[in-house]
Ligand binder design. Structure first.
Ligand SMILES: Nc1ncnc2c1ncn2[C@@H]1O[C@H](COP(=O)(O)OP(=O)(O)OP(=O)(O)O)[C@@H](O)[C@H]1O
Ligand SMILES: [Mg+2]
Length: 248
């Protein structure tokens, strides 16, 4: 079914060099709208470099990138900022929350960058990730898992079609990891395109496709074994939608 969808992300002969280091070399990827892709590979294999290019935070040194049909090379700095605001949601391993703003204000800040300060959508986004009762908490008053869910709410508040997550559960315990992945899966079910970097093979099982990088090149691009079902509870998580969270 996903094969029928339009292309969300496409790269052709994409390369990124830092001096003599070929961080990315001849990357050819096509991701259809609605796909949930895990990006895996050893430390230094180029995952973050690729994510930075796919989110318009960095440019390629060779090759081409299209995001939702837009050739990234045609965007100037202002164009990239605008494109990011309308099309891209980002979740990081380090939460990057503003310490003196509460959860609601942190989510509203994302909207401020997008020049729409709409408290109602910020509240709705926090409700979607199960944080209705934590909106007035400062980051220091939230658990790691709750902080990451604030970040997901912040990434979602402008309803971006493309969601990128770089090690989103890297700082979380197992229970919070499961919650965050269930939220991502719920978003996937709603048709969002998701690219998630992970080191953990068990987490790759949440995605429908795994792209593996080694030394800046793609060495494997395949569905995980058993098509989404893995050991370590990932298969069970698929069958269990996030509890108590209203779907939009
Ligand atoms: N700004 C930079 N200047 C010079 N070299 C860089 C820069 N950014 C990345 N590199 C190099 O490019 C390669 C890929 O780095 P990247 O951060 O993409 O790896 P990664 O797969 O995300 O690793 P990790 O799992 O540790 O986060 C590494 O060899 C790194 O040293
Ligand atoms: Mg990285």
């Amino acid at each position: 079914m996903a094969q029928q969808q339009p292309v969300a992300i496409e790269t052709r002969h994409l390369g990124r060099q830092f001096g003599a280091v070929k961080a990315l070399d001849d990357i050819n990827i096509e991701v259809r709208q609605g796909q949930f892709v895990a990006l895996m590979g050893a430390s230094g294999s180029g995952k973050t470099t690729l994510m930075n290019i796919l989110t318009c935070l960095d440019g390629a040194t060779s090759g081409q990138v299209w995001l939702n049909g837009v050739d990234a090379a045609t965007l100037d700095e202002e164009g990239r900022r605008e494109f990011r605001a309308r099309h891209i949601g980002l979740v990081f391993q380090q939460f990057h929350l503003i310490p003196y703003l509460n959860a609601l204000e942190n989510v509203m800040l994302a909207q401020y960058y997008h020049s729409v300060t709409d408290e109602a959508s910020a509240r709705a986004a926090l409700e979607k990730v199960g944080l209705s009762s934590r909106m007035d908490h400062l980051p220091s008053q939230l658990s790691g898992g709750e902080q990451q869910r604030v970040c997901i709410a912040r990434a979602l508040v402008n309803e971006p079609p493309l969601l990128f997550a770089d090690e989103p559960t890297g700082n979380l315990d197992e229970e919070n990891e499961r919650r965050v992945l269930e939220i991502l899966q719920g978003l996937h079910r709603q048709g969002r395109t998701i690219v998630m970097v992970t080191h953990n093979p068990a987490l790759g099982g949440y995605a429908e496709r795994i792209i593996r990088l080694r030394h800046g090149r793609i060495v494997d691009d395949a569905k995980p074994p058993q098509d989404n079902a893995t050991a370590d509870g990932a298969a069970t998580a698929i069958a269990t939608p996030p509890s108590g969270e209203p779907t939009p």
